[in-house]
Every structure is written in structure tokens, then in C-alpha cells.
Design a binder for this molecule. Structure first.
Ligand code: GLP
Length: 394
């Protein structure tokens, strides 16, 4: 579990919107489930802005509803329509309160990305305390606390169950504000129990909690100081799309920097190839577990200009000012361009990973390629600038 604590709720919201935009860019035909409630409203505003500026790839994606009241005039379907209906999705998988949960469970796809909020009693979706861990989609009663807080006339709801939630390939849990601090601390640091449903996600293989200072204030390893510094590790794909030994060297250099320079975040940047996992994912698997700096993946980029352009809005969302850009030392000629693409507001430094010297025939070939890289990177610069211009029009 990765926990990213931001200084303000705005930063947390902007970050979640940028992660969603990044995943949609990486996997345009994805299934994305988004929550209701007050917490994500700001993130949805950012998503609408990204859509307006042409930076959100939603046309091939399915938007999936997480839960719905039964017996209320105000529906979550209307909420999602209101907040995200101006974006053209391929389809919106919404439902009515009269729908059969078993039938819904059957037609739901596996989720590529599921964003969740958390209730003050630790509920996620409408999985209330005491829920079963195996349910996939079900009808449930609402707790008195939820009814009161949500100010609803509904006493029942339809909801994804923990069983289905845990099948999602990636989960992001967004929590902001002081009233979420207790539930969040129990969910992350407490025992795994169905009396606090969010804690049942502790063992999910890919869950990131994004919280602001207040929501994170009771965490055991809560963050109270920020260095506004980030380590960005640029991935390097092999031609067949598999993980490359160069990336391994860069991950090692990045982890050392994170340990010694007190960075707020390590951003691993590298996109998908065919059916493989993203380069960023493989780098995260290799990242030493003992380093406490949270990891975040940028999974849409496949070339130098894109690495730089796509990490930039994520860094800006986090309020980062200084960036250590880790790549192989033979990328030095490209660094000047990378700096420009990342943006002048960041103080970017080149940190070479020394792991792969130009030894043998392969190395010599690479060296020859890299001498031309400066000119190549220059030719690539138009795209980098274009992407950056778009992203900064937020
Ligand atoms: C609601 C929803 C959840 C949501 C949670 C938090 O009842 N069922 O999906 O995440 O409660 O809501 P809020 O963000 O308004 O605190």
C-alpha cells in the first residue's frame, strides 16, 4: 500500500484527477469506476477541465457506477451524470435501484481503475461495517451514521461488495479533511477487520491512498514536513516491451536518492507495451521495500518527450519544486530537452545511473545511437512542447 499525503485537499484532488487522466492515456479502453460524495467533487472539476482542454482520453473508456441508494429521490446516477456527464465516455454503466444485484455483478467488467472514498465509519462504496468479504454486488442496509451523514431518506442501497472491489487491478482511495482521520488511520494502521471495511483492502496488490494533511494526521507514519522534492525515474523499454536491465540500474539509483535526499515522492515513469504490464509497474516491483518514500506510477509515456510531458502535471499537482531526473548517463545529451519539457517551474537535475557502461558490441551500438539522440530529441521536442502546452492550460 502506498500512502501519498499532500499539504492541501486541492493538491490531493488534483493529483487523483491527474492519475485518472494518466491511466486513461495509458489504457484508453479501460473500465473506470468513480465514487460519489463530497470528497471527489474537486477532482471531478479537474477532470472536466482536462476534458475541455483535450487532455482526457475518455471516448473509449467505460465509466462504472459504484453504488446506488434504494428509496431516495436523489440518486448517485444523477450525481455522476451531473459531474461527469459532459465528458464523452464510450459507455456509462449505471443502474437503477430496481436492478438485480446478481445480474449487475454479471455484466460488470473487471475494473482497471477503481477510485474510492471512505466513510467516517470506514465504509467504502456502501460496504458498511460487518459486511461480508466475499460479496461481489449486493443489496445492503445503511448504518444510522451513514444515513445521518449523507442526509438521505434511503435506508438501503445497492453496492459493489469487497469481493468485487478487490478484483480491481488498481485502487485509489481519496480521503480529505479531519473527519476522515480516524477511519483512515484505522484502515491503514489498524487490524484487518470487516468492522472497518476499508481495512480489508490492506492486502490489495495495487492500492494507493491519497490524503491531505488533515485526513492523514492520525497515521502512524503521518507526514508533517514536505521537501517539495521528487525523484523521477525514467523507464527504458526493451524492443519486445519487457523490463530492461537499464531500468533496473535507474531504479537502484532512484532508490538511493530517495533515501538520502528526503524526497516527497518517487515517480516511476514508463508506459505499456502490448499485453505486458507497464514499465513503471515493473520498476515498482523492483523498488526496494525498505525505502519509505511513496511510489507513484506514470504509465502513459513511451518516449523521452512523453516521459517529461506526462510527469509534469503530476509534479505540479503535488506542489513539487525540485526534481531529480534519474536516467542512464548516456541520456545526458537529451537532458536539456527533458528539462524544457518538464517545465521551467521545476528545478530539474540530471542524475545519471551508472549501471550500464558501454561495454562490448551492444554497448558500442548504444553509444552510437545516443550520440545522435541529441538531434533526435530535438526533433521530438515539438511534440513534447505541444503536450506540455496543453497540460499547462489547466
Ligand atoms: C458515501 C458513498 C461512498 C463515499 C463515502 C464518502 O456514502 N457511498 O462511495 O466514498 O460515502 O462520502 P464523502 O466524500 O461525502 O464523505
Amino acid at each position: 500500500m502506498q500512502v501519498i499525503t499532500t499539504q492541501t485537499p486541492e493538491q490531493a484532488s488534483l493529483l487523483v484527477a491527474e492519475i485518472i487522466a494518466n491511466r486513461l492515456q495509458a489504457l484508453p479502453a479501460m473500465s473506470l469506476a468513480l465514487p460519489t460524495g463530497n470528497t471527489p467533487l474537486l477532482a471531478y472539476k479537474h477532470l472536466r477541465n482536462l476534458w475541455k482542454s483535450g487532455d482526457l482520453q475518455a471516448r473509449k473508456a467505460s465509466l462504472v457506477q459504484i453504488d446506488e441508494y434504494i428509496g431516495s429521490e436523489e440518486t448517485f446516477r444523477d450525481y455522476l451524470q451531473r459531474e461527469l456527464g459532459s465528458i464523452s465516455w464510450k459507455e456509462q454503466l449505471f443502474w437503477q435501484e430496481t436492478d438485480d444485484p446478481k445480474e449487475i455483478a454479471q455484466r460488470l467488467p473487471q475494473l482497471d481503475l477503481l477510485v474510492l472514498g471512505i466513510g467516517v465509519n470506514g465504509h467504502v462504496a456502501f460496504c458498511e461495517p460487518g459486511c461480508s468479504e466475499d460479496d461481489r454486488f449486493y443489496k445492503t442496509s445503511l448504518s444510522e451514521e451513514t444515513i445521518r451523514r449523507n442526509n438521505t431518506t434511503a435506508h438501503h442501497a445497492l453496492s459493489m461488495g469487497i469481493g468485487y472491489i478487490k478484483e480491481a487491478k488498481e485502487i485509489i482511495l481519496l480521503a480529505t479533511g479531519k473527519d476522515k482521520a480516524e477511519a483512515l488511520a484505522a484502515a491503514i494502521d489498524g487490524p484487518r477487520t470487516n468492522m472497518l471495511p476499508a481495512s480489508l483492502l490492506q492486502d490489495h496488490s495495487r492500492i494507493t491512498v491519497v490524503c491531505d494533511l488533515e485526513a492523514g494526521s492520525l497515521l502512524q507514519n503521518g507526514k508533517t514536513q514536505w521537501s517539495d522534492r521528487a525523484v523521477v525515474v525514467i523507464g527504458c523499454r526493451q524492443e519486445d516491451g519487457t523490463y530492461s536491465p537499464s531500468s533496473r540500474g535507474r531504479v537502484w539509483a532512484g532508490s538511493r536518492l530517495a533515501a538520502t535526499r528526503g524526497a516527497d515522492i518517487v515517480l516511476l515513469s514508463g508506459g505499456y507495451a502490448q499485453d505486458h504490464q507497464s514499465e513503471a509497474f515493473w520498476m515498482s516491483e523492483e523498488f526496494p521495500a525498505r525505502i519509505e518514500t511513496p511510489l507513484l506510477l506514470e504509465e502513459a509515456s513511451d518516449r523521452t518527450a512523453r516521459h517529461a510531458a506526462f510527469v509534469s502535471p503530476i509534479l505540479r499537482a503535488l506542489g513539487i519544486k525540485e526534481v531529480f531526473l534519474v536516467t542512464s548517463w548516456w541520456h545526458l545529451p537529451r537532458f536539456w530537452w527533458m528539462q524544457r519539457w518538464i517545465g521551467k517551474e521545476f528545478r530539474a537535475r540530471f542524475v545519471p545511473a551508472w549501471s550500464l557502461p558501454f561495454r562490448g558490441m551492444k554497448g558500442q551500438k548504444r553509444l552510437r545511437k545516443e550520440i545522435g539522440a541529441f538531434f533526435w530529441a530535438r526533433a521530438d521536442s515539438q511534440e513534447g512542447q505541444k503536450l506540455r502546452r496543453k497540460k499547462s492550460s489547466l
